[in-house]
Design a binder for this molecule. Structure first.
Ligand code: UDP
Ligand code: MG
Length: 132
């Protein structure tokens, strides 16, 4: 059994999509083993996305991620890391497959509704960061 880390981002929380996204998560066989609503400080958002520090979108991204409450999730399932990435869909909602959360609820490549860890090691670090 594997646990991955997910976030319902500020755009989806503001749009009232927490319930619908959690429904998709549960329908896809994930067990929610951690859940917390939180308003990130700019500093915490910057630390979380530190890996993207050199990217041109870093400033906007961290401002956006600290612009309103998020929901942090710990999701358990066999092969959870890969499975959650599939349910989320591609980073750019315009390129995401039909039925994925980003296709359904993402506004654009930045405001794309959800986050998911990209590897098991990343998941461990991100889970420890949000659920110490
Ligand atoms: N992002 C952005 N512009 C880009 C690429 C990414 O604003 O050109 C944002 C987007 O919110 C994305 C996050 O930065 O989810 C992290 O980017 P990453 O490449 O890790 O995509 P993800 O793993 O979230 O699919
Ligand atoms: Mg990523």
């Amino acid at each position: 059994m594997e646990t991955t880390f997910g976030v319902i981002k500020p755009d989806a929380v503001a749009a009232g999509k927490i319930g619908e996204i959690i429904k998709i998560i549960e329908k896809n066989g994930f067990k929610i083993v951690g859940l917390r609503m939180e308003r990130l400080s700019l500093e915490k958002a910057q630390k979380f996305y530190e890996v993207h520090k050199a990217r041109p979108f870093y400033n906007d991204l961290t401002k956006y991620m600290s612009s309103g409450p998020i929901v942090a999730l710990a999701l358990e399932k066999e092969g959870a890391v890969k499975a959650w990435r599939q349910v989320m869909g591609a980073t750019n909602p315009a390129e995401a497959e039909e039925g994925t959360i980003r296709k359904l609820y993402g506004e654009n490549i930045e405001r794309n509704a959800v986050h998911g860890s990209d590897a098991l090691e990343t998941a461990k670090a991100e889970l420890a960061f949000f659920f110490p």
